[in-house]
Design a protein around this ligand. Structure first.
Ligand SMILES: C[S@@+](CC[C@H](N)C(=O)[O-])C[C@H]1O[C@@H](n2cnc3c(N)ncnc32)[C@H](O)[C@@H]1O
Length: 190
């Protein structure tokens, strides 16, 4: 990996240390509107149980907890820095036990089968070690008929080619691609 790639990975891919803290602050500003647009595509209901993988700064978690006002929001992120940043941003809801943010990796989620109505990941899947393994694990913790959204900004580095096929390989159905003004989103059913 080149030095530039390594700096980008520490800032954005798997944020770490001071660079990661700074990267989180940048992502909170740059990706908020897009993250909200991905959440809109999930049609969140007040009682929904929702999982976000790779929540980063936690702006999406904050929005989800407003929309699922009587539900439950869980998040997993690989980065300790991002868990700290998102925890600070969502402290009141965490204390109210409506939001649960944990450090971990998508290929081993600490949740029971058939738990979540909706799930999402924004600008995250492109840095997972194995996308299909991660998506299979997300499907395991989703209810049958639950909805997943994978959003990517135009600068994420993820190609939209083959994305619906990856979802189908992981066991999701009705996979389709939606283009938005800032990027694209793949939607499917568990
Ligand atoms: C580019 S950031 C995107 C953050 C946020 N979703 C956004 O759009 O601003 C990628 C995030 O995915 C997380 N991540 C990377 N690999 C992961 C994995 N294997 N499991 C869970 N989270 C992961 C990173 O720690 C980071 O917070």
């Amino acid at each position: 990996m080149s030095i530039v790639d390594s700096i980008f990975m520490r800032m954005f891919g798997r944020p770490q240390g001071m660079l990661g803290k700074f990267g989180g602050m940048i992502m909170a500003r740059m990706n908020k509107a897009f993250t909200y647009s991905v959440i809109d595509l999930l049609d969140i209901q007040p009682n929904d149980k929702v999982l976000e993988v790779g929540f980063g700064s936690g702006v999406g978690i904050q929005r989800l907890s407003q929309l699922a006002s009587a539900g439950y929001i869980a998040g997993i992120d690989y980065s300790q820095e991002m868990v700290a940043q998102a925890t600070a941003r969502n402290m009141a809801e965490i204390e109210a036990v409506r939001v649960d943010l944990r450090q971990g990796s998508v290929e081993s989620l600490p949740f029971e089968d058939n738990t979540f109505d909706k799930a999402l990941a924004v600008n995250s899947m492109q840095v997972w070690p194995d996308a299909v393994v991660g998506l299979r694990e997300m499907r395991r913790v989703m209810k049958v008929g639950g909805r997943i959204a994978l959003g990517f900004t135009s600068y994420s580095g993820q190609s939209n080619t083959g994305l619906t096929q990856i979802l189908t390989t992981a066991g999701f159905t009705q996979a389709r691609l939606v283009e938005t003004d800032r990027g694209f989103c793949a939607l499917a059913m568990a």
